[in-house]
Ligand binder design. Structure first.
Ligand code: UD1
Length: 364
């Protein structure tokens, strides 16, 4: 019976694997031959960055944890490769299924491929064109050795085709992250601090920042927060800070007075905050997709995106980081002049099933 390794390592992976695992479990109950083992690399390890997501999204406990922890890009990548290779020596699998673009994605794909195991990449073919982002390197390397490409958009299909990938290896299935969003949206719940800090629906902003380019240099980071604080006028800015961001914040005495710094939020609380926000301000990629589906204005503090359909179809706009651009974008939000947006094709909650349909066909 074919064994699939499902790889997850960092926070944005967890919502992407949940629907695939659920679809596999459902098929197994009706006699499917497909087996899987869930491999957590340990890239993220805190309860708030990992455990909460397993609990809230009903993801089964990992079968194996490679426990790699933090390190430089190379240390982390190397540790994942070494530990995953050891696992494969103990028991080989038939397919390595990776999602997204984190270090765990690339590291496990390389290890599997060198051990002659096929690689399937979920969220394949997306490109920002910005080679200064570690995620872009991870996407390029992973797709260079992927056998089966599961894509979220027609733009990704075209990019892969233009790069020479045969159409028989590309499966346009939609977006597993959106499967998770749609499945859980009735369960979104206010965070504990909702009343304490006096949040009111559609009267505050949510901010997330964790890209090294935005948070690693304290002068730049301070100026960025000042622009956001001023642009938000008298509205609160709720800022769930990633550990990297929290670390950089140690260098600051004062945040803008309308900022409310909080811990990284569990899935149901974070998306409650997003759904009820006036707008989201972010340097994440995945959040731009969720904001698009929730119909919430999204200001991306980057100059490029690997998810262009969130801009051309959805509610996202690339603002960059200049104070003038930020101010004029926030003015448009405050004046109620933001575009409405639509939902991209096949972001319909059924992607996990489509992926498992293809896996059945390809592997059994
Ligand atoms: C990683 C991904 C990024 C993703 C982000 C989501 C890569 C290259 N980057 O970036 O694409 O958007 O996750 O969060 O894979 N730390 C903790 N606890 C944890 C995990 C990390 O305290 O559970 C701290 C450590 O100090 C660590 C730092 O956060 O050094 C950064 O973690 P790391 O996994 O290296 O990268 P992220 O910035 O989280």
């Amino acid at each position: 019976m074919p064994l699939i390794d499902i790889i997850a390592g960092a926070r944005p992976n967890f919502m992407k694997i949940a629907p695939i695992i659920r679809a596999l479990q459902t098929r197994q109950k009706s006699g499917s031959q497909l087996l899987f083992r869930l491999v957590h690399t340990g890239q993220h390890y805190d309860q708030k960055m990992s455990g909460d997501f397993f609990d809230q999204l009903d993801i089964p406990a990992p079968d194996i944890n490679l426990n790699v922890g933090s390190g430089t890009q190379s240390e982390q990548t190397a540790a994942i490769m070494i530990n995953y290779e050891k696992l494969l020596f103990k028991r080989i699998s038939d397919l390595c299924l990776v999602v997204g673009d984190v270090n765990s994605t690339m590291a496990c794909a390389i290890t599997a491929k060198k051990m002659k195991i096929r690689v399937a990449h979920v969220e394949a073919g997306i490109r920002s064109g910005d080679w200064s982002m570690p995620e872009e390197i991870n996407r390029l390397v992973t797709d260079a050795i992927t056998d089966w490409f599961f894509t979220t958009s027609e733009i990704a299909n075209t990019k892969l085709r233009n790069g020479g990938v045969e159409k028989e290896r590309i499966f346009f299935v939609g977006n597993t992250m959106i499967d998770t969003l749609l499945r859980n949206q009735n369960r979104f719940q206010p965070p504990k601090f909702w009343e304490d800090i006096g949040l009111k629906s559609k009267e505050y902003f949510v901010l997330t920042l964790h890209r090294p380019a935005n948070v690693d240099q304290s002068d730049f980071f301070a100026a960025l927060m000042k622009s956001i604080g001023e642009g938000a006028d008298n509205h609160l800015v709720v800022f769930p800070a990633h550990p990297r961001t929290r670390n950089s914040l140690k260098d600051f005495c004062l945040l803008p007075s309308n900022f409310r710094l909080v811990d990284p939020q569990p899935y149901l609380e974070f998306n409650y905050l997003v759904k009820n926000a006036k707008a989201v301000i972010t340097d994440s990629g995945g959040i731009t997709e969720e904001a698009t589906v929730l119909g919430v204005p999204c200001l991306t503090l980057r100059d490029s995106t690997e998810r262009p359909e969130t801009v051309s179809i959805g509610t996202n706009e690339l603002i960059g980081t200049s104070p003038a651009n930020l101010k004029s974008a926030l003015d448009r939000v405050l004046a109620g002049q933001w575009k409405k947006g639509k939902i991209p094709k096949k972001w319909d909650g059924l992607t996990g099933n489509r992926i498992v349909d293809e896996l059945e066909r390809l592997l059994v």
